[in-house]
Design a protein around this ligand. Structure first.
Ligand code: I3S
Length: 128
């Protein structure tokens, strides 16, 4: 049953601090605003909480609600082209709802793991 731990039926869970900005909302371009955000991947939902993540407070304390939630089902996940951002290691995420986000992290290991996890979540049809 070790295998079942890694089966696609298991909701994926992952969290960490990422730099995030919206670039499009409901199909309309919006101004970039990079913020460091505590980010949680839970099944096919990606949740962002503002602030200096990693500490206490998320879903507890004073920060009881996620700032922003994205439905990953049917989203596209790709490495952003150079013209999208001058930063390194940028993932471009486009949701079916017409929201586009850039997600960035200095560490290439960290961002590669997120890339994989987001891609898997976008391909899953589990609802959370
Ligand atoms: O795509 P842009 O417009 O070059 O993005 C940069 C700007 O959003 C800039 O903010 P202001 O133009 O509002 O001052 C940000 O500070 C930069 O980080 C943005 O570019 P990068 O390449 O870092 O995504």
């Amino acid at each position: 049953h070790i295998v079942s731990l890694f089966s696609p039926q298991q909701p994926s869970e992952k969290c960490g601090v990422l730099n995030v900005t919206k670039i499009t909302e409901h199909g309309k371009k919006v101004r970039k605003n990079w913020t460091s955000s505590w980010t949680v991947l839970q099944g096919s939902s990606l949740l962002f909480a503002k602030g200096q993540g990693g500490g206490t407070g998320w879903f507890g304390g004073n920060q009881s609600k996620p700032e922003f939630t994205v439905d990953l089902r049917g989203a596209t996940v790709e490495w952003a082209s150079k013209d999208k951002s001058s930063k390194k290691h940028v993932i471009e995420l486009k949701t079916r709802q017409g929201t586009e986000l850039l997600i960035q992290q200095e560490s290439d290991n960290v961002i590669s793991d997120w890339y994989k996890a987001l891609t898997e979540a976008s391909e899953s049809d589990e609802a959370i």
